[in-house]
Design a protein around this ligand. Structure first.
Ligand code: ASP
Ligand code: MG
Length: 402
């Protein structure tokens, strides 16, 4: 008998008809002899609506009460889905976080699942379908906690581990992971299989299919995932350990994001310790610096240092730099109209010339590269934001992904 975790996201349970449709998917899986634990998100828009309510009371709504509030979204979808299954003649039961219980560390609005009691649900699985809420748990002292926005992916992966499930399927509103954003680049192709590392890079570099921390947990515990659509029967994308993947292509996907900004310090003194003096206070303020470039100085006295950060950190960063008494520079320039375009592929490790081909392709489109960063399986460049789609399209073509 196969034990499956089936996770349904907000749009999948976004209305009564959709919930009835999900009930039919579950019924089919259950009637084929599988043990089913369904994990649900709140109906789409619900969590936002609840946050809006809290804001009408206070911009600084108490975090413990925020968790009590937000956890109700999933409670609604749990009950409706259980009811829909019962109506189809399936023995279904929902359990809430505190009834199981699902134990988290105590951090309100940003907790992590640490353990859960699986016995009650395990013994029910031979007789029916269990439905449990994503995105939440309770702390050691019994307070309700939530896992951070989009946290039901993390719940599904944690449950797969704790229940020792044989499969973890993420049902969503797209039918898998694509070689790039199919809404913007229509020639994008669905990827049949992808390794954890690649998926992790793609999701942290801008692909929005799955929460990247959930992918990271799945990788850590080696829990194979499948992302698939609630609305079609087509196979989705399988995400697993890379030994099982045959890499005929050097690049698997092209991702982009528009949440970076670039800062250049012009005419910085060129002597040991300067870079440390620049970045130490940023680190203290938890500002994450992504790429750093230092030009070679022509007069060996001063140099320019360019680095990138998250766009939301831009004003805080410039303020910190301007107040930093330990550094001297002639001028500072900022640009938040940049984007990061990345190619990702485990096949890059064994294919020479990928870097050169990427740079040449961008040159052919007259796209200027502002900054570069690489890892074993990804290559990212910062470019002017207006060139984003042109770059993505070109790279998608030249790496044979169209
Ligand atoms: N309902 C929560 C949210 O909207 C969790 C989730 O959907 O994953 O963030
Ligand atoms: Mg969601």
């Amino acid at each position: 008998m196969v034990k499956k975790i089936l996770k349904f996201g907000g749009t999948s349970v976004g209305g009564i008809k959709r919930i009835q449709h999900v009930a039919n998917i579950i019924k089919k899986e259950y009637n084929s002899g599988n043990q089913i634990i369904a994990v649900v998100s709140a109906m789409s828009g619900k969590t936002n609506e609840l946050i809006d309510f809290s804001k009408k009371i206070s911009d600084d709504f108490d975090k413990r009460e925020m968790d009590v509030l937000l956890s109700t979204g999933e409670q609604i979808s749990c009950a409706l889905l259980a009811g829909a299954l019962i109506k189809l003649g399936i023995n279904a039961r929902s359990w809430l976080n505190w009834q199981i219980p699902i134990l988290t560390n105590g951090q309100h609005t940003n907790a992590r699942i640490v353990n859960m009691n699986t016995s009650k649900i395990n013994s029910f699985l031979n007789n029916g379908v269990a439905i449990i809420p994503g995105f939440q748990g309770i702390s050691e002292n019994g307070d309700i906690t939530t896992l951070g926005r989009g946290g039901s992916d993390a719940s599904a992966v944690a449950f797969a581990k704790l229940f020792e499930a044989d499969a973890c399927e993420i049902y969503t509103d797209v039918d898998g992971v694509y070689s790039t954003d199919p809404n913007k680049i229509p020639v994008a192709k669905k990827i049949e299989k992808i390794s954890f590392d690649e998926m992790l890079e793609l999701s942290s570099l801008g692909a929005k299919v799955m929460q990247s921390s959930a992918v990271q947990t799945a990788m850590m515990y080696d829990i194979p995932l499948e992302v698939r659509s609630t609305f079609t029967d087509r196979n989705g994308t399988k995400i697993f350990e890379h030994q099982n993947i045959d890499y005929s292509k050097s690049v698997t996907g092209v991702a982009y994001s528009k949440d970076d900004a670039k800062i250049t310090l012009i005419g910085v003194e060129d002597r040991p310790g300067v870079a440390a003096n620049i970045f130490e206070p940023l680190n203290k303020s938890q500002i994450n610096v992504d790429m750093v470039i230092q030009n070679i100085s022509s007069d060996s006295k001063t140099t320019d240092i360019t680095f990138t950060i998250k766009r939301i950190d831009l004003s805080k960063t410039t303020e910190i730099l301007k107040n930093n008494q330990k550094i001297k520079y002639k001028d500072i320039s900022c640009n938040d109209k940049v984007s990061k375009v990345s190619i990702v592929g485990a096949g890059m490790v064994s294919t020479p010339g990928v870097t050169f081909r990427m740079f040449k392709a961008l040159a052919e489109e007259s796209i200027n590269i502002i900054a570069i960063s690489t890892s074993e399986i990804k290559l990212s460049v910062i470019i002017d934001e207006e060139n984003t789609l042109k770059a993505v399209k070109k790279l998608h073509t030249i790496f044979d992904l169209d």
